[in-house]
Write a protein that binds this ligand. Sequence first.
Ligand SMILES: O=C[C@H](O)[C@H](O)[C@H](O)COP(=O)(O)O
Length: 280
Amino acid sequence: MQLSLLRGLSEASLSFASSIGCRTTGLPGSTLLSASHSSSAAMSLLESAKKAAAFRAVDECVKDKDVVGVGSGSTVVYAVERLAERVKTEKLQLVCIPTSFQARQLIVENNLVLGDLSLYPSLDIAIDGADEVDKDFTAIKGGGGCLTQEKIVASCAKRFVVIADYTKDSQILGEQYKKGIPIEVIPLAYVPVMNKIKALYGGNVELRMAKMKAGPVVTDNGNFILDWVFLEDKFNWESVNTQLNLIPGVVETGLFVNMAERAFFGYADGSVKEKTCPQK
Ligand SMILES: O=C[C@H](O)[C@H](O)[C@H](O)COP(=O)(O)O
């Protein structure tokens, strides 16, 4: 099946499922069933793509005795699964450094050896997901709110490898990921920071609100997340990242510039597109 067709199927099914979620009464049961089937089919296509990328990256990039940074998000779940399989079957000796509460749980639940940056300040490799990666290997991260610890851990690794499904592979940022750049901020500063970002770069900045809690999303570090939806597509992301980090109250941005060395993009048929950053 052509990739564009797969993507179309995935998006159409998800959007249809979400639209009927608001008005389920009055629809015949068979319609609901088929909508739910096509939605789960689309989901499983994406999950297959994530798994393919994660397994390939772990197989190609992790070796015995490595200290491994473990990223956050849904794709990393498969990377941890593969790390655990390799530890069991190949008797690899690994130490895993988490980038979030979720990553820590994954490491512990999969019986991997848990470390931290005070004991292991220098990592061999960090493996993490991304919300989007552009042609220059600049990545948007933080869709799940975990960007700061992820960036710290990645910055301590000799090699930073991104794993993602094919929908994250873009020419320019914003091409496919429309939610903007996540920016972690100290809570008391969120309004001034929002205003300063808008004054500097325009666009729209929103405080990310929680779904199952009243009020904003609170990060693993006790901070808030702003999502900056930018309007232009010609930004120098290195400079933007530096300027944003200079705003008092900004903890870190979800712009990962000049960090990734390789990216593995998985497809639903199990194939994987590997890219290596020419600057690395
Ligand atoms: O905050 C979340 C992290 O940056 C994730 O790595 C990123 O959002 C990608 O997540 P997923 O693998 O679920 O697409």
